[in-house]
Design a binder for this molecule. Structure first.
Ligand code: FAD
Length: 381
């Protein structure tokens, strides 16, 4: 009989899974708590491994058409002196190494892909109650009062997943660092991802399309303070005070009414099993990570592609899900560990001696470490 699957959360992972499962002929519904496809955040980089997963879903060309592709990441000091031009090894097998894109463009592409394969998206809706049934499925009461039976519920409800919290009591772990982001008119020199190592902080630039780029700044925020939105401009420009060169120039262009986004950097790594009592946790709900390898959404997209491929096969659902989670856990951990290692080595630069060591590592050691992770991510998903 045709499987019926409910996805909770219409973010990047949930919509990608809605498309992937729908493509396999699975009767799929996505419930999204927000009343429409509202996308928070600025832009996102999609690395080669996730571009290959998007190709599996037939979405590569459309994503590339809306994004900005590049295969080089340049590392500088805080005065914009180039330390390393790093060529990514992720651009193999016919995809570019990276494609940065505006989040709203990616959301529209994924939403259309769901609609095209008959996946239903119900905005302004969530799950109020779930009860496991004797057949291993789940009886759900939705917030609109309807009740439905599904073979499986997949929670792609993000880093603050209330379904993870209710089932397992697990909260995200704050790393001690946060990231500030703002979209700006693209500077002509920004044709690739660029990073700038400061003392105890790091700035970065991502081109998003020919007109727009975003600036990011990673800073220590002990105690995870809640800054007032009206203070964002002052905090960000003050924290960028030590930078000269390109970042100094761009800092002086940021306006008080620019839409600055501030986010604490947090992690979740759910131990196995990710599947229990009819509920599977995926995406940031299962494996949120520091953004330093731009792999958070990439792993959610990979989850979606592998889930579609696995559940499109006949067989016992529990056995298929056991195989699925074993395939996904190790990969998510590689991406998460690599991202955390970069974050900690960049932030552990609080005096001149440690900063000099980091600059030396960028010049002489970073490429080998980055390529080792690229090789791991280039393995089949
Ligand atoms: C600063 C920063 C930069 C990043 N840059 C990158 C990058 O360049 N590349 C990359 O790959 N990743 C990046 N990431 C990570 C990426 O944003 C996440 O990993 C990705 O969004 C996770 O997708 P998701 O679908 O699991 O969760 P989300 O995209 O967070 O979606 C969760 C969805 O669930 C909905 N929801 C929540 N609760 C409920 C409920 N009860 N019922 C129904 N719906 C619900 C939410 O409204 C939301 O739409 C970055 C993250 C940060 C913080």
């Amino acid at each position: 009989m045709k499987r019926r699957i409910l996805i909770i959360g219409g973010g990047i992972g949930g919509l990608a899974a809605g498309a992937a499962l729908g493509q396999q002929g699975i009767d799929t519904t996505v419930v999204e708590i927000q009343s429409e496809n509202l996308v928070a955040g600025v832009g996102i980089n999609i690395p080669g491994n996730a571009l290959r997963a998007l190709r599996q879903l037939g979405l590569l060309d459309e994503v590339l058409a809306h994004g900005f592709t590049f295969d080089r990441v340049d590392f500088h000091d805080s005065a914009s002196r180039l330390l390393l031009a790093l060529r990514s090894k992720l651009g193999v097998d016919g995809v570019p190494a990276n494609c940065a894109i505006q989040r709203k463009d990616l959301a529209r592409i994924l939403e259309k892909a769901c609609v095209d394969v008959g996946t239903t998206i119900r905005y302004g809706t969530s799950v109020e109650k779930m009860t496991t049934t004797a057949d291993g499925g789940v009886e759900t009461l939705l917030t609109d009062g309807s009740t439905e039976h599904y073979d499986l519920v997949v929670a792609f409800d993000g880093i603050r997943s209330s379904f993870r919290k209710a089932a397992l009591g697990i909260e995200p772990r704050f790393t001690g660092y946060s990231v500030w982001r703002v979209a700006l008119e693209r500077h002509p020199d920004v044709t690739r991802n660029m990073y700038f190592q400061g003392m105890g902080t790091k700035a970065g630039l991502f081109p998003l399309n020919t007109d727009v780029m975003y600036l990011l700044h990673v800073t220590p925020e002990p105690g995870n303070p809640r800054h007032a939105r009206e203070d964002f401009h002052g905090h960000l420009t003050q924290r960028l005070a030590g930078y000269t060169g390109l970042i100094g120039e761009l800092r002086d262009r940021i306006q008080p009414d620019d839409d600055i986004v501030y986010a604490p950097i947090e992690e979740v790594l759910l131990p196995l099993p990710w599947y229990q009592d009819g509920l599977l946790l995926l995406g940031d709900a299962a494996h949120a990570m520091a953004p330093h390898r731009t792999q958070g959404a990439a792993m959610a997209i990979e989850d979606a592609a592998v889930l579609g491929e696995t559940l499109g096969r006949d067989g016992d659902l529990r056995e298929l899900l056991a195989e699925f989670q074993d395939r996904r856990f190790g990969r998510a951990k590689i991406a998460q560990d690599a991202s955390r290692n970069i974050l900690l080595s960049e932030m552990n630069t609080t005096d001149q001696a440690s900063l000099d060591r980091q600059l030396d590592f960028i010049r002489n050691g970073l490429e080998a470490v980055a390529h080792q992770v690229d090789d791991a991510l280039n393995q089949p998903i």
